[in-house]
Design a protein around this ligand. Sequence first.
Ligand code: ADP
Ligand code: MG
Length: 700
Amino acid sequence: MHLDTPLVYVKGVGPFRAEMLEAKGLVTVNDLLHYPPFRYEDRSNLKSIYELAPGEMATVIAEVRSTRMPKMGRRNVGLFEARFGDGSHATLTGKWFHGAYLANVLTEGARVSLYGKVEFDSYSGDMLMMHPEFEMLSADDEDGDASLHTGRVVPIYEAAGKVSPKMMRALMRRVLDGIEPLEDFLPVHLRERLKLVDRWTAVRGIHFPGEDSDLRLLNAFRSPAHLRMILEEFFWLECGLELKRSKAKLEAGIAFQLNEQVREKVKAMLPFKPTGAQKRVLGEIAKDMAEPHPMSRLLQGDVGSGKTLVAAEAAIIAIENGYQVAVLAPTEILAMQHYASFQALFAKLGYLVVPLSGSLKAKEKEKIKRFVEQGAARVVVGTHALLEEGVQFHKLGLAIVDEQHRFGVMQRLKLMEKGEVKPDVLVMTATPIPRTLALTVYGDLDTSVIDEMPPGRKPIKTKHLPESRIEEVWSFVGREVAAGRQAYVVYPVIEESETAGMKAAEKSYLHLRDDVFPQLAVGLLHGKLGQADKETVMADFKAGRIQVLVATTVVEVGVDVPNATVMVIEHAERFGLAQLHQLRGRVGRGGEQSYCILVTERLGETARERVRTMTESNDGFYIAEMDLRLRGPGEFFGTKQSGMPSLRFANIIRDREMLETARGEAQAFIQHPPNEEVLRRAVHYIRDNWQRRYGLVQVG
Ligand code: ADP
Ligand code: MG
């Protein structure tokens, strides 16, 4: 048996089980070794039933004495009950709802191990476990001898289809017994300095912890074996990202000139004095652009920090060097807003800015494509569909990609292949990215952060009110409008096509217009309005002809009306944190004190957390961290294409300190390897073992 032996050839697997293992990404022996248990159970220190105390989590080994399926009247409710005995004089009842299938499994006389929370059943006077986890135990078992499953700390694996946790354990044992001790590829200096156990010890210790191992550490994924595997995983991932970064720095790119002409144009464009942070960040970008290698830089900054201005300055550098700029957004609405911003900023400079959107008529689109191909269009703004539509650039020099957590690494690469020489790429995010993600998903990019707000901004005051107090909200809005300000009232629409949210917005619009604010100009904006209507409404709001704008989530990003000081968010419980923060960022853009009012109906636990986070903080980076913690990395990104590496041992939230350590070590290692041979081995090792798992594209 070798590490790359397909599992289908391992004794006891066969095609049927192999298929189910494959669905979990487990194809080879090596894959299996990287499938850690999610929990450990101490079956060495078992309890007798008579020792059980209500409230504790416990494991007992017992025999099924009797079973029944109690009925309610004549109705079968699917409840399955089994009574267990273990030779002590007490008995334990296990109950399973929807447990009919268990009648053929937990038959009288069967020996099982049960794990669950102990309760006291006041009806029967028995101890009770609801839905305990159980494992069948028998000596003549195809899944190996009982000593593997009892009398020790046992690993509990997630089942893979019909491959039960117990089969998984037996399979793991067989594989570990059948392979040669694993080689350790982690650089020795690192292992010694960080006091890491060697790989073979770690892998065995994760799957079958020794007698002296600490159950608490195991279950916290903090045993020496875990620490080693977590660090290793982060280290190779970060090495891969660092290799990618350093490789890009060797490729041929465009060396843009930063001359007087560029400076003049930038000066002519600037509508105000850039902040210190904007200047610093532009400096970083300009330096990259002047290098004869393609730039891959991430531009981060909170909502309203002025990223657009910086992006526009970068665009001028490209344009004045005779190149074109592509601006890509994840949605049509966002693209439209970028189009408007760039057009406004570049009006004075006489650059032709064109939109390339899916909603254009075929003829118009052809015309625009021709402008792009011939080079007349200096800036092309569109959604990422732009990459697929066979658009030919005359001379693409810079791509500005607005990611908003949706674009994947793959799309970015596709973009880079468009030009003959790789263009520079500036990735902007609409919401700040938590540091842990910046180190993983965006770890192959250099990072610039705008950490300063334009001058004169007052922190937005955020309040939370129940729907029952909506009248107070309206009188507050009335007072602000009387003082010359404007307000947004936003309703959630999850999908752009959804109609329920639209109806709510429409209804509220009529109510506000006719009943609450008959003397004010109330407007309505939602995704179903035609393009021209949308633009009219936005223009009216911008010009102050609309005082209260009722809207669905279309205002989430990009809208810029400094005189608006109130953001009322209805059904705030339905919005995610990032979205709430984005919405709030629509106000507080001028010198006046601004307010965000979160109105909620019933609040679940995480919704309450979200609302609390919002009222506590205005800091987008803090909010992004909380968002990540509340949702978990998978949800946070939402799609498979997110470029999120699939980590087996490590968890970027739980193990963030180790991630930081690994990042530093990996950078040092790649930039100053002890010698070429060690580096070469590492590159090969990453390519052979980690590339597929991490979705890393071409690291070496
Ligand atoms: P972001 O895209 O980072 O959310 P924007 O680029 O839309 O932020 O800028 C937010 C607001 O701040 C806009 O109204 C913009 O015109 C304004 N702004 C940007 N930079 C400055 C600055 N240096 N001084 C004053 N206002 C600025
Ligand atoms: Mg360059």
